[in-house]
Design a protein around this ligand. Sequence first.
Ligand code: 1PZ
Length: 215
Amino acid sequence: MSGTEEKFSLREVLVSFKSCLVDDDQDVLVEHYLKGWKGLVRFMNSLGTVFSFVSKDAVSKIQIMENYLSGEQGERYRTLQSMVEYELSSNLVDLNKRDNHPESGCRTILRLHRALRWLQLFLEKLRTSTEDSKTSNLCAEAYNDSLANYHPWIIRKTANLAFMVLPARNTFFEVMNVGTTEEVVDMLGEAMPYVSNVYDFTQELYSQHNLLDLP
Ligand code: 1PZ
């Protein structure tokens, strides 16, 4: 029995998004953003191997960003603001089609950012759900209202199939390792605003720089 596995709780993961925001919520620390994502991936992995195609993609995007962070220009990737300024001013972003810079930090973060919207919708649905709600439906609704718009048919199909094997609401809440249903609902109410703040900041930053449709 490993102590760290035992202690894993979704609360800590969500609250870790709080530490992302700096400068009066006017910037996001990339290192902490990735830390939040790593926690989410860990949580997703604990739901079973069906989601490994999802976590593989998330992990590879986290890795791309970690390589930038530990690379020669690491300092430029310290916050989302500095990353956007650096990559745009150095022409390191493919704006219309993937070409010379297929894995820019800007497009990589955009993929995670869109997935964060799904997470927001899904957890909000879970928070306000009732005992007879089906996790698979909540998850599919959240997905179809957000991320699915950016995915080709084959991924949408695979994702919707994977949702069907999501554990029931009770089990899902147990896996979160937060406590009773009531405690889960309270925790979500308390922690989701942090995720929302990070989402809103990123959305605004990308919108200002016309980066919301990067290929
Ligand atoms: C709790 C249940 C987990 C359900 C996860 C729901 C999300 C389904 C998304 C399925 C897509 C995964 C396959 C990879 C797709 C990629 O093509 C896209 C675009 O990247 P590109 O091809 O342009 O490089 N990748 C994404 O959209 C990012 C997906 C990250 C998903 C992370 C989910 C995090 C879940 C946290 C769970 C608490």
